[in-house]
Design a protein around this ligand. Structure first.
Ligand SMILES: Cc1cc2nc3c(=O)[nH]c(=O)nc-3n(C[C@H](O)[C@H](O)[C@H](O)COP(=O)(O)OP(=O)(O)OC[C@H]3O[C@@H](n4cnc5c(N)ncnc54)[C@H](O)[C@@H]3O)c2cc1C
Ligand code: FES
Length: 292
């Protein structure tokens, strides 16, 4: 199949207009938004995202990407709603934070490739800032407590899941009880020491990896500020550990058309790289492929 085949243009996505079912503050400047999107909920796999726009206004004109944080089933067990968690930052997220329930938003997805479900003994997820958002679904899938995708992807592919999650301060840590309730071993870090360890998440990762027995098959996934992911990638490379990163380059269309989202990705052959669209060929990449 040619690399420009229509599959690369998100042909299987759905666009829905849904009233907000929930839009509530869950931490400092951080909100959880729930939309009724059964088509997206039943197809999404961990690490995929949706694009969101406000239905009633053109401001902001361009949609924003948000990772799918959770999938909620209706009573019959069928996936019905998706939850998104956003940090109030600029135009879109400030507008979203002020929307009353029942306001309509337009959402299209699921988009992107998602994390792989390669088997391992111990999945270590490293999140910084608002980078925890794709981790809940992945950890649940790894432990076998939830299945995703249509047809369902294999789950139960890791015995243990650890989340190393850092933020500037305690108030910005969002959804911690969701992660502990899911059975993850959660390690919190803050820059000011107001919660957990006063360390940066890559430091904690390095300590954990060096404390693990060499026969344990570890996989690392990471999402957060690029500088943090670069450090995580470096640590994994020197420890010879499989690592995937979720790139958060700004996106305009989310479906492969505009090339606003490209990242430099290494190609086969020495010193060779190409621009790849993180919305369709990512946002998940093997860390050693990224030209940081
Ligand atoms: C795959 C993916 C998944 C994501 N998942 C999440 C998620 O789960 N939760 C989440 O909160 N975010 C997520 N993001 C980020 C999200 O898409 C938005 O970028 C973010 O929410 C900010 O949008 P905004 O409209 O509020 O801010 P914007 O108004 O777009 O501003 C964002 C920042 O950029 C600066 N800025 C804006 N325009 C310019 C400019 N022209 N030049 C220089 N600086 C500028 C602003 O000052 C601000 O600091 C994800 C991004 C990607 C690509
Ligand atoms: S956001 Fe348009 S091509 Fe990726």
């Amino acid at each position: 199949m040619s690399k420009l085949h229509a599959d690369y243009y998100a042909d299987s996505m759905h666009q829905v207009e849904s009233p907000l079912v929930r839009n509530e503050k869950i931490a400092e400047d951080t909100f959880l938004l729930r939309v009724d999107a059964p088509e997206i909920a039943s197809q999404v796999v961990p690490g995929q995202f949706v694009m969101i726009r406000l239905s009633h206004t053109d401001a902001p004109l361009i949609g924003r990407a948000l990772a799918v944080y959770d999938v909620i089933n209706e009573e019959s067990g069928k996936p019905k709603w998706i939850d998104l968690v956003y940090l109030r930052k600029g135009a879109m997220t400030s507008a979203l934070a002020s929307l009353p329930l029942q306001t309509k938003v337009t959402v299209w997805g699921p988009l992107g490739n998602g994390f792989s479900n390669r088997e391992c003994d111990h999945l270590v997820m490293v999140a910084g800032g608002i980078g925890q958002t794709p981790m809940l679904l992945l950890g649940r899938e790894a432990l076998g407590s939830q299945t995703f995708g249509s047809p369902n992807r294999k789950n139960g592919w890791s015995d243990q899941v650890t989340l190393i999650y850092g933020a500037r301060r305690k108030g910005l840590l969002a959804g911690v009880s969701d992660f502990t309730d899911a059975g993850f071993d959660v390690h919190l870090c803050t820059d000011d020491g107001s919660e957990g360890e006063q360390k940066l998440v890559p430091e904690v990762l390095a300590e954990k990896l060096s404390a693990m027995a060499s026969e344990v098959r570890v996989r690392v996934v990471t999402c957060g500020p690029e500088i943090m992911m670069e450090k995580v990638a470096e640590i994994c490379e020197s420890a010879n550990v499989d690592c995937q990163v979720s790139m958060e380059t700004p996106m305009a269309c989310g479906i492969g058309i505009c090339f606003s989202c490209v990242a430099k990705v290494k190609q086969d052959g020495p010193e060779q790289w190409d621009y790849k669209r993180t919305c369709v060929e990512g946002p998940i990449f093997d860390s050693e492929k990224i030209c940081w």
